[in-house]
Design a protein around this ligand. Sequence first.
Ligand SMILES: [Zn+2]
Length: 447
Amino acid sequence: MLVIPSSATLTVIMITLISFLIVTNAVGMVVNHTTKANLSNELQFSRAALWSQSVEKRARGPPHVMRLFLTGDVMLGRGMDQILPKPCPPRIFEHSIKAARRYVELAEDAHGKLPLDRNLQYLWGSTLPELEIMKPVARIINLETAVTRSGNPWKGKNIHYRVSPENAETLRELNPNGTLVTTLANNHALDWGRRGLEDSLHTLKKLGIAVAGAGRDADEAASPAVVRVSQHHRVLVFGLGHKSSKIPEGWKADSTHSGINTAEFTKQDLQRFAEQVKKFRRRGDIVVASVHWGGNWGFEIPEEQQAFARQLVDVADVDIVHGHSSHHFKGLELYKERLLMYGAGDYLNDYEGIKGGHNHQKFKSNIGFMYFVDYDVSNRRVAQLILTPTQLRNFRVEAPTEMDLQWALRTLQRECKKFALRVEVDKSSRHLQIFSEDSRKSIKDAK
Ligand SMILES: [Zn+2]
């Protein structure tokens, strides 16, 4: 018997077809909009929904994907400041080294003289062309350095980082149209006292760079940095510092003192943070919690840190946890389709010539990643994750050697496997791509 569909059924079929066309086209538009030809191959994958293997079946609306760039510690102080045009006086107050220039000499001993024609772009090397290609709508870094010429180091601390306000203008290179966010909730923001922090806030404001996690009082320190992407979409970045990253007592901002925004792994602090997020979040926003936590050197992720990261999603409803402090990259987790980064690694540091550093060799603090997160704001999920590996040489970011690329791949594969994520080099050999197999595992399960 021939069944003729009723007009109601036909309407449903038509709506389904139109929705399908809108969805596939929307993904295509994002891809065309955000990439150049040499990226087209890997972005084809986004149509296949990289995460789909682990995703529970549920209704989805048309995707609206925004690409963010995140990376870890940007340490512009000490040796890095010395090689830029207008450095601070070289005097430093460490137990064994008394001149910041020494770190430059060590690097030159290791890899030869730095070129003489260095401008404010020098440090970034391959970063800027990559950003040109990838076109993120917001860029988020941990600025692990005070921007100041203050000469009064915080007492009782051995390492103090500062970059001159003139040299900090190098950050302009990452900040087209006010898209850069720096978090200062870390263990170096007050290296040169509250005066140093206030200088930092002043200069960053002058450069049009949004600051998270620090302020003239507790309210300002707890408020998010905001990047307005479009009429309906913003990226909010909240900065949090945890004592495990060796943030000195007394750096916390309060109602009458400048300082940083801190958090303990407690219910009260989580609740306080959740309320803060709720106060600022609007529909269509992406919320990033940028957290400086954990000690240096070591791939292990403490269970309480993982629990806190997950609660940031469960209780505060954040989209991305941007963790850093370890000085080398650590594993990634996809939890309820949100991204948890436990250690984004170092992006710029002056460690290049430090020898005898068992840790520097074992954990390779010269290897970093540019993390590009394509986030579907409509469905609150990571749509795609692409990492561009980098290495530091002559105090400059460049593409890694084949040997270092293989090391980065093997190491990231090992660390991501704990969270049932797979890492592969894409066809261009320039990027690593992350695929989900089963994101429900916890560290406990993986042991
Ligand atoms: Zn730190």
